[in-house]
Ligand binder design. Sequence first.
Ligand SMILES: Nc1nc2c(ncn2[C@@H]2O[C@H](COP(=O)(O)OP(=O)(O)O)[C@@H](O)[C@H]2O)c(=O)[nH]1
Ligand SMILES: [Mg+2]
Length: 245
Amino acid sequence: MGKKLDSMIKVSVILPTYNEKGNIVPLLGKLVATLDGMSIRNFELIVIDDSSNDGTSQVVEEFSRRDDRVKLTVRREERGLASAIRTGIEISQGEIIVLMDTDFNHNPKDVRRLIEPVGGHDIVVGSRYIKGGLMEYSWIRHYLSHVFNMFIRFYLEIPTRDNLSGFIAAKREIFREMDMNLIFSGFGEYHIRFIYWAFLKKHKILEIPVIYQQRAYGESKFKILENLINYTRVVLKTRKDVILP
Ligand SMILES: Nc1nc2c(ncn2[C@@H]2O[C@H](COP(=O)(O)OP(=O)(O)O)[C@@H](O)[C@H]2O)c(=O)[nH]1
Ligand SMILES: [Mg+2]
């Protein structure tokens, strides 16, 4: 209450990092430019770093000294992509929450198109598998990922075509009703649980096309076989795991 409207944070971008020193500073710069370009001044860029050993947190810290809308949390105990996102959401204050990778797989310019429809919709998903969307990787990874996403869609009987992109904008309210520990665990599979839960809750979901770019610097932590096996297990369990109270 009592808070002046213009002091309220409009957008929080959650940025999980593990060894992204080469990517994170250019990414922060591009996000600032995108949000400033939308005349949104009251945003926060929340970096959750899991004690990377390449100096990621140092370069973010330096950036945050120049722009206090960049906020750094370094986790020393807990590890993992989905739980880092959960930590970020929990400390965020924005009316709109954006989830994205920090290696340029997701184009920071697309944040504009992702945010704009929030309001009319509860959740906006960046999708590689609708018209205009693409994955700029080898045809084999693109094909495998597309087929796997079709399996998720048909098995869970949900309308969304990309259920693993990890590029999401959503209204803050929806996270209040969610079991955050259940949804945000593991690696990229949180996206499957998140959308399945949102579908059960009848939240309004919109998919917009995005082009998934190659990571700019460094190495992916995605292990294709291990992750595919694990994601399959998650899909098979999701109906039992994600039930509404
Ligand atoms: N905080 C945190 N971030 C992580 C962890 N693992 C991956 N990430 C970040 O999550 C995003 C996706 O990881 P990435 O290795 O690129 O997987 P891919 O996009 O599926 O190939 C990147 O921005 C990583 O920096 C982790 O254990 N902790
Ligand atoms: Mg990546």
